[in-house]
Design a protein around this ligand. Structure first.
Ligand code: 13P
Length: 251
């Protein structure tokens, strides 16, 4: 899966124009799921533009979701509202939400469960800060984030769950994790999953890498055996560069 996280970029006309250019560029993409996460305001327009372009197989995602279905929660958006707008996935636990909006592991867990219950797939983001890496705490942090995100998950939930390992020091910095660092972390996430849920679920779980993925490094990152895709910020904003990522060269 190659996923675009547009973050807080693109108006509705910009989003629609992007889809118009992007769809023909990925006509020949094979064996890859494509996902686009626009801001909430553009979800329905992106879904409609993809439909118009004949690509209802390209997933549209929200960048966040709330854990209640309705109620007095000013500013929040529920799973069914996202589905109503044409979204099929929600990203939860992005480091920017953890950092700027103080989202905790237990909140991420509540959001993930609500999204799944509401019929959405989820991409759960985890990843360490540079201080955590430099003080040897990467594995402790990632293990805590993974296991707490999955509290009370049912076996069927895993089919619709994707992890994204996004080391915070690699996000928007131009510093990408080396393929070795990415592979090590992904393998570790799989081992944590295996310990709790067994080999089958761990083996089938899709784990995306995120953090400064670009046309010039996507092939080597995607060549790592335990990297099943990429979650891309900056390089997803331009249809040309995102289409190159979707068409990564298989080793
Ligand atoms: P960049 O690709 O801009 O580093 O962002 C990664 C990210 O945060 C995707 O969710």
């Amino acid at each position: 899966m190659i996923a675009a996280n547009w973050k807080m970029y693109k108006t509705i006309p910009e989003a629609v124009a992007y889809v118009g250019r992007f769809v023909p560029m990925v006509r020949n993409a094979a064996d890859v799921d494509i996902l686009i996460a626009p801001p909430f305001t553009a979800i329905s327009s992106v879904a409609a533009a993809l439909k118009k372009g004949g690509r209802t197989d390209i997933f549209v995602a929200a960048q966040d979701v709330f854990y209640e279905e309705k109620g007095a929660f000013t500013g929040e958006v529920s799973p069914s509202m996202i589905r109503d707008a044409g979204g099929g996935f929600a990203i939860v636990g992005h480091s920017e939400r953890r950092q700027y909006f103080h989202e905790t592991d237990s909140l991420v867990n509540k959001k993930a469960k609500a999204a799944l219950k509401g019929g959405l797939g989820v991409i759960i983001c985890v990843g360490e800060t540079i201080e955590e890496r430099n003080t040897g705490r990467t594995f402790d942090v990632v293990k805590r984030q993974v296991s707490e995100a999955l509290v009370e998950f049912q076996e069927a939930d895993f089919k619709n769950t994707v992890f994204a390992y996004e080391p915070i020091w690699a996000i928007g910095t131009g510093v990408t994790a080396t393929p070795e660092q990415a592979e090590e972390a992904h393998l570790f996430i799989r081992s944590v999953m295996k310990e709790i849920y067994g080999g089958d679920i761990a083996g089938d779980m899709r784990i995306l890498y995120g953090g400064s993925v670009k046309p010039d490094n996507v092939d080597e990152i995607m060549a790592c055996p335990d990297v099943d895709g990429a979650l891309v910020g900056g390089a997803s904003l331009d249809p040309e560069s995102f289409s190159r990522l979707v068409m990564f060269k298989k080793g």
